[in-house]
Design a protein around this ligand. Structure first.
Ligand SMILES: [Ca+2]
Ligand SMILES: [Ca+2]
Ligand SMILES: [Ca+2]
Length: 282
């Protein structure tokens, strides 16, 4: 471990201690409602998105988290999230399919914030595995300022992106939804912004719904087979103004970046002449 890493680790320990102290002093309850000004918000953007998976190159997906406050004194925030899938009842089953991979932060003022984040993905064993509640399918973010507000007032900031990753492509259902909703999170507690005085209030929140669909490259008719119907579909699209592949990349079987006659030839060779499978070279 080099000096930089040691320093970062030490800083992390101090910051974690300070964060938990803040949370404990906060009384563990959300006492105050929103202030009388503009409602503070925390939202995923877009609220609904579509994760079309054709191959391994689509195994990552990001959703942005934005925050806004008109208060000048938000010195801390505890924002916990729970992930649920429509196939997994919100528990361990989900983790075999989807993991929370990385959280990236964007801040206009990195130097003034002592500690910006901790993550508690159940599958991120690099962080404090002894403290992880393995029955909880979620993650939490802690924001703590060092004398400066963690969220600059009257400025919408992109707090970060949560990146999801497919863990087991073979086991992935053909279609399902993922919901990312705010949640109480151990040990951080309730979802809240903390102004000075250490009380907390929950910001308005907009959850994220991600509609996941597993698609077969070349199957532009979406019937689970790549055959002559798909050849006809592509020809009709290219030469007769018919509807295009949805998503577009399903029709780009030779991975050229666009759909044209070369893709038709490719599918014909696959279907009738034992050519390579669609997207084989992507
Ligand atoms: Ca407000
Ligand atoms: Ca088809
Ligand atoms: Ca192409």
């Amino acid at each position: 471990m080099n000096w930089t890493e040691s320093s970062a680790a030490a800083r992390l320990k101090v910051a974690l201690g300070a964060l938990f102290a803040l949370l404990l002093l906060g009384g563990g309850s959300v006492l105050n409602g929103q202030d009388l000004g503009i409602p503070d918000t925390c939202k995923y953007v877009p609220a609904t998105s579509y994760w079309n998976i054709v191959g391994d190159s689509d195994s990552l997906f990001s959703v942005a988290l934005w925050g806004y406050t008109d208060a000048a004194n938000i010195i801390g925030a505890t924002i916990g999230f729970k992930m649920k899938t429509s196939t997994g009842q919100g528990h361990g089953h989900d983790d075999s399919l989807i993991v929370v991979d990385t959280f990236f932060f964007f801040s206009p003022d990195t130097d003034s914030i002592l500690f910006k984040i901790y993550t508690r993905s159940l599958l991120d064993e690099s962080y404090d595995p002894a403290a992880i509640d393995w029955g909880y399918n979620g993650y939490a973010i802690g924001l703590l300022g060092a004398g400066e507000p963690v969220i600059p007032p009257n400025t919408a900031i992109r707090i970060g992106d949560v990146r999801l990753k497919i863990r087991d492509m073979d086991q992935l259902p053909d279609s399902f939804d993922i919901e990312i909703d705010s949640s109480w999170f151990p040990p951080a507690g309730p979802f809240k912004f903390s102004p000075s005085g250490l009380a907390g209030f929950p910001p308005k929140f907009t959850k994220a719904t991600i509609i996941v669909k597993k698609l077969i490259c070349g199957d532009v008719t979406n019937d689970a087979f790549t055959d002559i119907d798909d050849i006809v579909f592509l020809i009709t699209f290219i030469f007769a103004g018919g509807p295009g592949p949805s998503p577009y990349e399903v029709g780009d079987v030779n991975c050229s970046g666009f759909v044209d006659i070369d893709d038709v030839v490719y599918v014909i060779q696959y279907v009738f002449a034992a050519g390579p499978p669609p997207c084989d070279g992507c």
